[in-house]
Design a protein around this ligand. Structure first.
Ligand SMILES: [Fe+2]
Ligand SMILES: [Fe+2]
Length: 301
């Protein structure tokens, strides 16, 4: 049995560094948003406790599906990297970027996220490192995608570039004797069952859906939508489960917004069990909670 934890959207923030950079266009919006609205729900202080709790669960591997930072500041990446350092040391962490980790063209050009976190990726034959394949167990392959592009002043939409879409089918086929876990940041359905507003969804999701429908996959993991929910996609032989654990460090009274993470026990190439933990409101105490709402796609109107 292999135990894998999935968490997402930790949104490490640096209010001091943010205040110093508020003059920059998009960072003005993101920074004000963080300072005004997220200060009390996405707290850096909760992350060490979450990791401490996670360590006690004796997982074999951790998958973190993006939005490690709030506005891609060096201070935020350094903070996230420092907290996650134990998992770098024992090579039990895989991350991918979220839209908040590639916040403006400057961070994309610098490959700032990759500077701090590409060490957690697996090898890739592409020019920019995606998709990568990381064999975390002789029978389990994690395939990481980058769905994030700098989106201008107020968007958060995603796009998979042509190179990733061209390479993905062959990678899925080459690892079809593994339990394949595909990780991307953007959702394929939002928590309402909709493919997302153009400013938030994955704009070429249909291309990814047709690849998955043909090649199959055992599990798709994502974040981006700050809610815990699951759904399934059509696969060639059986439905493909798609899971979002919700934002890891969020403390919220909203029913669909629990923070926390999920643990999967994988045995004999299948999910034997899923265990959920949430941060209770308002104290942030971490407790078991196996509530995992299942959603269905909304019919096209
Ligand atoms: Fe997020
Ligand atoms: Fe996001």
């Amino acid at each position: 049995m292999v135990r894998i934890a999935h968490l997402s959207d930790i949104h490490i923030s640096s209010p001091t560094a943010t205040l110093a950079r508020l003059w920059q266009g998009k960072r003005l919006l993101g920074g004000m948003n963080m300072l005004l609205f997220r200060r009390h729900e996405l707290q850096n202080l909760r992350f060490p406790a979450l990791l401490h709790h996670l360590e006690a669960q004796h997982v074999d591997h951790i998958i973190l599906s993006g939005d490690l930072t709030t506005t891609s500041l060096h201070a935020e990446f350094q903070h996230a990297r420092l907290e996650l350092n134990p998992f770098f040391k024992n090579h039990t962490l895989t991350t991918i970027p979220g839209n908040h980790d590639i916040y403006t063209p400057r961070e994309a050009d610098e490959r700032r996220y990759e500077h701090y976190f590409a060490e957690t990726h697996g090898p890739s034959e592409s020019s920019h490192g995606y998709p990568f394949v990381k064999i975390i167990h002789p029978h389990i392959a994690v395939i990481g995608l980058n769905s994030c592009v700098p989106t201008g002043l107020s968007g958060a939409w995603g796009l998979l570039d042509d190179e990733q879409l061209q390479r993905l089918p062959a990678l899925l086929r080459a690892h079809q004797d593994h339990f394949r876990i595909l990780v991307l940041h953007h959702f394929l359905l939002d928590r309402h069952g909709y493919h997302g507003l153009p400013r938030r969804g994955l704009r070429n999701r249909d291309a990814l859906l047709s690849i998955l429908q043909k090649e199959g996959c055992e599990l798709v993991l994502h974040g981006h939508e700050h809610a815990r929910y699951r759904y399934s996609l059509d696969g060639p032989h059986r439905p493909i489960p798609v899971h979002n654990p919700g934002p890891a460090t969020c403390v919220s009274s909203a029913r669909h917004h629990p923070g926390g993470y999920l643990i999967y026990d994988i045995q004999d190439q299948r999910i034997a069990s899923i265990q959920g933990f949430v941060l209770s409101y308002p104290d942030g105490h971490i407790q078991p909670d196996d509530t995992f709402p299942s959603i269905s796609p909304l019919p096209a109107s």
